[in-house]
Structure formats: structure tokens, C-alpha cells
Design a protein around this ligand. Structure first.
Ligand code: ZN
Length: 316
């Protein structure tokens, strides 16, 4: 039914899944750089199509897929389900010759402020993203983390300093904007984030009002700036004496804050944590599991609790 050759390939359908180089026909689960490329024909949700065209140009050929509405390619029945990772993110569910396969892409089971809630169909085979596949990564409730973030932001503003939150341009920046707005805090976004935020709003996702940061801080606002590793968005000069905050699942590592030179780090993420990964497996009830994007030991842990699991590698 499928094989692995730099990415997951649905063999008889000639469909590549989340390939990072251009293919004849590629499914793109969501609009993050490590899951997309300009394919000759792209299959994705309408929101992802909007974000991909923003990145690759309006001429991109896309077949738009709606959640829960099956379609057929070469006798394969394909259906997409919300992945809960970012707006428009999708899992791919495939039925072929009496067998079913679920590819999760990046996903999250806990509630998101901006993404559609994840849905998990049962499947014979499960190809799952396992970024936080270590028991060290169990995230506290989002309400608790947001309360700590808000406390730090308000304290910084009260002290006359400028809070700067580092966030990825697509997905994380929009979710933070919405979460902070719900708490009555206004944001100033990097221009690259603002253009993505407008696409979110055009897709019906309410973020609340935000301003664009072009080097001039507005009193009472939090500046959202891309992290240093994000090459496509040039970082802008920041006010002197600003307080830098990171928002990532890796913040659970006590060394994170020092390693990245930030004043605060909060474990808020758009990925499933360890317990959500286990919950995913228990709900999908697969006979066989293939793990990607995570620690090598996660497949062993699944085996310890009775599942047939292995890392996804060349031609499983
Ligand atoms: Zn992602």
C-alpha cells in the first residue's frame, strides 16, 4: 500500500505525502516549511491552499479537500480529518484493498485557540508524528501556562519594559495573538506574521485586533518576533532592554532558557505531548504503527505496552 523514500509514498496512487521537494502529486498536511514543496498537483485543505499560494504563488495547482468528504484516486479512497495542529492542518486517512491507513502529520489532541479540533478515525496502520515521544514531555494544562505567560507579560509592561515573544510566523504567532487578545493584551506582529494572520482572518479564524511591528513599539503592546532559526523572516531591531520570552514544548527542558538566551520560556506547543501520543494510539487501535519525527525510543515504548511499532524508514 505504501513505502518510504525520503517521505511517505502511497505506492499505487503515485501520491507523495509531506514531501520537501516538488513531486508530480503531493499531499500537504499543513503549511509548515518542513512539510511542503511546490508540487505539480497539490492535495490539501482550502486553508492550507491559501497559505501555500501565499508562499509559492497564486498559480499553484491545487485540489482542495474538505474534512470528512472522501475522494478516490486510483482505487484509493482518501479522506482528510482535522489534525488540531494549526488552522487547516489535516490527517490523511486512506482505504485500499480492504486495508486502512492513517497518517497524522503534525497533530495535537488538546484544544487549540485557532485550529480545528482533531478527529481520529480507527485504522489498521498508523503513521504518526512523535516529536515529544518521551515521558519527560508532559505539558501542564494550557490555562495554567497561559496564566503564567500573561503574568510575565503584564509584570514586564508594569515595570516599563517591553515584552517580546519569539514565535513561529505561521501557526504559533496567530494562536498567541488570539490567546493574548482573550486576556485583553494587544500584540504587535512582525510583518511576515501579519500577512499570515490576515489569511487566517480571511479564512474565518478570529484573532482579535493586532498591529504590525516595523521597529516602533506601541505602549502596552507585546511584540511578536520570529525565533532566530526561522530564516525566511528577517528579525527586526528591538527596543533596548526588552524582555525576551520563548513559547515552545521544549521549554520543559530546564536548560532551554539558558541555551537560547531568553528571560522566560513557556511550554505551550502545537504538537501532541507524550500522553496525547499514547492516547492517539489507543483511540486509533492500529495493528501496526510507524513512528516519524521523534526519538528512536518511542517505538520501543509502544512495544513495551503491547503495540507492534517501528520507526518509519526506507520501505517498511
Ligand atoms: Zn507543523
Amino acid at each position: 500500500m505504501f513505502h518510504f523514500d525520503n517521505c511517505l509514498k502511497i505506492t499505487a496512487a503515485h501520491l507523495s505525502v509531506d514531501a520537501q521537494t516538488g513531486q508530480q502529486m503531493g499531499f500537504v498536511s499543513h503549511a509548515h516549511a518542513d512539510h511542503m514543496a511546490p508540487h505539480t498537483l497539490t492535495l490539501c485543505t482550502s486553508v492550507t491552499a491559501r497559505l501555500l499560494r501565499h508562499r509559492f504563488g497564486s498559480q499553484l495547482r491545487v485540489r482542495e479537500l474538505a474534512y470528512g468528504e472522501p475522494f478516490t484516486i486510483a482505487d484509493h479512497r482518501l479522506t482528510v480529518f482535522p489534525a488540531g495542529h494549526m488552522l487547516g492542518s489535516a490527517m490523511l486517512y486512506l482505504e485500499y484493498a480492504g486495508e486502512s491507513l492513517l497518517y497524522t502529520g503534525d497533530f495535537r489532541l488538546r484544544r487549540s485557540a485557532t485550529a480545528e479540533p482533531a478527529e481520529l478515525p480507527q485504522a489498521d496502520r498508523l503513521v504518526m508524528e512523535t516529536t515529544y515521544g518521551d515521558p519527560r514531555y508532559r505539558f501542564p494544562p494550557r490555562e495554567q501556562v497561559v496564566a503564567e505567560l500573561v503574568h510575565a507579560v503584564l509584570g514586564t509592561l508594569k515595570a516599563g519594559r517591553v515584552p517580546v515573544i519569539e514565535a513561529y510566523v505561521t501557526g504559533k504567532a496567530q494562536e498567541l495573538t488570539r490567546l493574548l487578545w482573550e486576556q485583553g493584551i494587544r500584540t504587535q506582529q512582525h510583518p511576515a506574521m501579519a500577512s499570515v494572520s490576515r489569511l487566517y482572518q480571511a479564512s474565518g479564524c478570529e484573532l482579535g485586533p493586532f498591529s504590525v511591528y516595523e521597529g516602533q513599539h506601541l505602549p502596552g503592546h507585546v511584540i511578536l518576533q520570529p525565533p532566530s532559526g526561522q530564516r525566511r523572516a528577517r528579525r527586526l531591531p528591538l527596543p533596548s532592554g526588552c524582555i525576551r520570552m520563548a513559547v515552545t514544548g521544549w521549554a520543559l527542558d530546564p536548560r532551554y532558557r539558558f541555551r537560547h538566551g531568553v528571560d522566560y520560556a513557556f511550554p505551550l506547543t502545537d504538537h501532541a505531548d507524550y500522553d496525547e501520543l499514547i492516547e492517539c494510539v489507543e483511540r486509533v487501535k492500529p495493528r501496526k504503527i510507524y513512528c516519524t519525527h521523534g526519538p528512536a525510543g518511542f517505538a520501543e515504548r509502544l512495544k513495551d505496552i503491547g503495540f507492534d511499532a517501528q520507526p518509519l524508514k526506507r520501505t517498511p
